[in-house]
Ligand binder design. Structure first.
Ligand SMILES: Cc1ncc(C[n+]2csc(CCOP(=O)(O)OP(=O)(O)O)c2C)c(N)n1
Ligand SMILES: [Mg+2]
Length: 327
């Protein structure tokens, strides 16, 4: 694993990365708590993918590029400009929730302000939409590009092949990221596809594909940056497979101990990017343990305030039932 300074980012930027990773983890823990005390109906979690998501999102120009995420991308959405309150309002189904004004399930991110395109519960339908956004950018000669993500299981849907094929044919400015966490609910990768690496599919559609360790910040950031640069300079799409861990059950409605062995669950702890990245930050002289404690405290306070503020928002009124929906 390369040293963090090889990322080309400043000390200040790397500390921001750390704060975003930690916020992603602690906010997700809050969302689980809210389901457990009956204040929220559902949570599906990106725990284990936070570092990869920050590396990915940072490689883009989040003030002009489009993001078409999937349900585990909360941390990436925060980097893209959403706030903890925005996220928590979706869990509560509040009227002011920018994701869907309380119409969607939690974890279905969307923000018109931040060019985060709302997605369907039908997995991977964001992929052809991202190809469409990139096609619009090309037709308009605009300089924004599109990033879209999905899981490795969902990436076997037919429309993902259509999305990648058309993007390859037209050399569209889109980056396809597969967050490979080894499972589609309870189904392991060996039952999902026959190739060793998912990234083989890039060359199959005429563009590069890379498999990258999502816990290696420098590798993940560099791969995503190169892909974003390629897209922006008109060289076309890239497929990036970020190998990440799924530290939690599939969702708040699942119990992974039924299909993952005790041994596997114990080993999983070693794949925790937060623990490993914290150690790197300390060992490589970016933060002291004391400073980390201060950051923890600030984040805790911020999440508590965001939770209270979100809870105080109004619920959608019954007479607004037909607002904010397509038809
Ligand atoms: C078309 C479709 N089929 C099935 C589902 C149910 N479903 C939701 S998430 C999921 C597993 C997806 O696994 P993967 O793509 O690996 O993403 P992960 O959840 O592991 O991040 C399934 C089968 C769905 N939402 N849409
Ligand atoms: Mg998966």
């Amino acid at each position: 694993m390369e040293k963090l300074e090889q990322s080309g980012l400043s000390k200040e930027e790397l500390i921001t990365v750390f704060k975003q990773v930690l916020m992603g983890r602690r906010l997700d823990e809050r969302l689980w708590q809210l389901t457990r005390i009956g204040k929220s109906s559902f949570n599906i979690s990106g725990q284990g993918a936070e570092l990869a998501q920050v590396a990915m999102a940072m490689a883009f120009e989040t003030d002009k590029d489009y993001f078409l995420p999937y349900y585990r991308d909360m941390t990436a959405c925060l980097v893209w400009g959403m706030t903890p309150k925005d996220i928590i309002m979706a869990s509560f189904g509040k009227d002011a929730d920018p994701n869907s004004h309380g119409r969607q399930m939690p974890n279905h991110y969307g923000s018109k302000e931040h060019r985060i395109v709302s997605h369907s519960s039908t997995v991977s339908t964001q992929m052809p939409l991202a190809t469409g956004v990139a096609y619009a950018a090309q037709l308009e000669n605009a300089d924004y590009i599109a990033l879209t993500t999905t899981g490795e299981g969902s990436a076997n849907q037919g429309e993902v092949q259509e999305a990648m094929n058309f993007a390859g044919v037209k050399k569209l400015p889109v980056v396809f990221v597969i967050e490979n966490n080894g499972y589609a609910i309870s189904v392991g990768t060996r039952e999902q596809y026959a190739n060793e690496d998912f990234s083989h599919r890039g060359p199959a559609y005429g563009f590069p594909g890379y498999t990258v360790d999502g816990n290696d910040f420098v590798a993940a950031y560099k791969a995503c940056k190169e892909a974003a640069d390629r897209a922006r300079s008109g060289e076309g799409p890239t497929l990036i497979e970020l190998v990440v861990a799924r530290l939690t059950s599939h969702s708040a409605d699942d119990d992974q101990s039924i299909y993952r062995s005790e041994e596997e669950l114990t080993e999983l702890k070693e794949k925790d990017p937060l623990a490993a990245f914290t150690k790197q930050m300390i060992d490589q002289g970016y933060l002291t343990e004391e400073e980390i404690e201060e950051i923890e405290e600030k984040i805790k306070q911020e999440i508590n305030e965001a939770t209270d503020a979100a809870e105080a928002e109004a619920d959608p009124s019954a007479d607004s039932l037909y607002d904010q929906v397509w038809a």
